[in-house]
Write a protein that binds this ligand. Sequence first.
Ligand code: SF4
Ligand code: SF4
Ligand code: SF4
Length: 294
Amino acid sequence: MDIKRRSFLKGIAGAGAGVAATPLISGTALARESYKLQDEHVGMLYDNTRCVGCKSCEVACKRANNLPVEPDEALGIYDAPRDLSEKTMNIIKMYKDEDETAYIKRQCMHCVDPSCVSGCPVSALNKQPNGIVTWDADACCGCRYCEMNCPFNIPKYEYNEFYGKIVKCEMCINTNLPKHGQPACTEACPNEAVIFGKTKALLAEAKRRIKESPHLYVNQVYGEKEGGGTSVLYLTKAAVPFSKLGLPSLPDYSQASASESIQHTLYQGLIAPIVIYAGLAAIAFKNRSGDKEE
Ligand code: SF4
Ligand code: SF4
Ligand code: SF4
């Protein structure tokens, strides 16, 4: 028995080694590149040098998308969400230190190569031809992989509902966008701190602002490259870097391209499972032959 167990474990190790060796055989050949920003993609540019923190965009977002309020703790009469949640898919947050105050608008980034889409096992999340990342209630199975996969920690699940929904910004694709030609938040902003348009044009506009007033801005458009690029772009004031605003530092390739490359390499043509099954079958056969001899 011990001999059988030992040979079984040895066989597992052999099969595992075969799997581990698979990427070495063919790894880079199957690595896929991050998807690229397309001309027809739409997005937003948020510039915190123009934002006054009025939260009109938050209110407009809730109204347009029929989201409930999150009453403040003190009086219970104001909508005062503390973060993105199943009731809030757009929030203005404030950064403050001894010298500086800056705002940041958080919402779905509508990634160029979204890992929420890549990781969804039932294709409930989709990137539309115009670049907007949408969620399909009929397809969603509630697994919450998208919550775990998003590098920006955006999708929120309705844990209190029996058939919970995933809540995240869809750029008002079914609400304000068809009615008014732009999302509710950009329409409501009194200062054009957040504007809507074709993402490539917004990127050019962001670069123009930096060039025109280099003393005013950090010399970076967040979202141009981060995580393979996003359709929501950010400019921040020179004294407050993006890292202080809660925007993660990401490589210039998408998480989706990296993880799909690994998966495709491991499972290409079902080589890895075949190696495992072949290894296990060989061990079983050897053990049976041993039984017969005994
Ligand atoms: S920010 Fe997150 S939820 Fe939005 S598209 Fe990117 S990966 Fe998906
Ligand atoms: S685009 Fe629409 S859903 Fe998204 S943050 Fe703006 S108002 Fe909210
Ligand atoms: S409406 Fe405009 S100015 Fe007001 S908080 Fe939102 S982005 Fe800032």
